[in-house]
Ligand binder design. Structure first.
Ligand SMILES: Nc1ncnc2c1ncn2[C@@H]1O[C@H](COP(=O)(O)OP(=O)(O)OP(=O)(O)O)[C@@H](O)[C@H]1O
Ligand SMILES: [Mg+2]
Length: 284
């Protein structure tokens, strides 16, 4: 039997499941359909972009993935280490989402369209707070300074320093978050998300409000997060140059529906995509 034939006979197992599988997800707010039967598959190791005009449903999708919103229909599954977790469960009548902190613990971290840092805390403390969520010591252990609390504290410090280095923010470690420039705050938010050691990182418009130099740094950073830290990336972004340069695949949303998906260059030429963006430009 040839090697090829043997490989073809290997049955599908859990390891063959994609990291994230969004199937037929519909989210409504009263009469408004924010996500309309959305399907999305994210393979391990990929950098995938979600684009679309304002109000297309991109942030709503992230909110469904992270347990902020519960879609009325559809399923969302995350498969890590061969184990699949249903992020949306229950019947058609009564549906529940995993809570945001649970989704984070099983490997999904995010940044926000409108930066959400602890404005009065230092860059270091913003990252360390996230790093500490990995430890198992509860608040009482931390208060009593139990031995494993001290060990966790030291490892959180080490991870925080490593991540501030990774995003080139070590020199600004002691600066208060609100005093940092917008582009630097965006990098800090990414470091904070990475501190929870995610498998999947969701970035909601990380380039918004950044200057051209910061955009180039961000492009390199997203590639390094993927290549050096082995993190799969799902990126919402309006900056087409950034999307075209970093994404392996692009999914396009318009009025809550997936209207195209494929390689960046293919999607950019797709008449439905051109029409969706022109429609927006004409309306504005
Ligand atoms: N909590 C909410 N209550 C009511 N409507 C909402 C809510 N969240 C989102 N929507 C609506 O859902 C639609 C999609 O919004 P969403 O924020 O997901 O768009 P988006 O693609 O992220 O847009 P943008 O590019 O402007 O960030 C919009 O019409 C929005 O007004
Ligand atoms: Mg948005």
């Amino acid at each position: 039997m040839s090697a090829t034939t043997a490989a073809e006979q290997v049955p599908r197992h859990a390891g063959a499941s994609p990291l994230l599988a969004v199937h037929d997800v519909t989210l409504r707010f009263g009469g408004l359909t924010s996500l309309d039967h959305v399907d999305l598959t994210v393979e391990r190791g990929a950098i995938l972009a979600v684009i679309g005009p304002n109000g297309a449903g991109k942030t709503s999708l992230f909110n469904c993935l992270t347990g902020v919103y519960t879609p009325q229909e559809g399923t969302i599954e995350l498969t890590t280490d061969g184990a699949t977790t249903q992020l949306v469960t229950g019947s058609a009548r009564r549906r529940r989402s995993r809570k945001p902190h649970v989704v984070n613990r099983i490997g999904v971290a995010r940044t926000f369209q409108n930066i959400r840092l602890f404005a009065a805390l230092s860059a270091f403390d913003n990252v360390k707070i996230a790093a500490e969520t990995r430890g198992r010591t509860g608040p009482i252990g931390a208060m009593l300074r139990l031995p494993n609390a001290r060990a966790n504290d030291a490892s959180s410090d080490a991870l925080t320093e490593e991540l501030l280095d990774f995003v080139a923010l070590r020199p600004m470690a002691d600066e208060v978050a609100s005093s940092l420039s917008y582009g630097v705050q965006r990098r800090l938010e990414i470091a904070r998300a990475l501190a929870t050691l995610p498998r999947l990182l969701l970035l909601d418009e990380p380039a918004a409000g950044t200057n051209p130099t910061e955009k180039l740094e961000l492009e390199r950073l997203i590639r390094r997060i993927n290549a050096e830290r082995g993190v799969t990336v799902l990126l919402i972004e309006h900056d087409m140059r950034l999307v075209m340069s970093v994404a392996d695949e692009v999914t396009v949303l318009n009025f809550g529906k997936v209207i195209a998906r494929g390689r960046p260059a293919e999607v950019q030429r797709d008449p439905a995509v051109v029409q969706a963006y022109l429609g927006t430009a004409n309306d504005e």
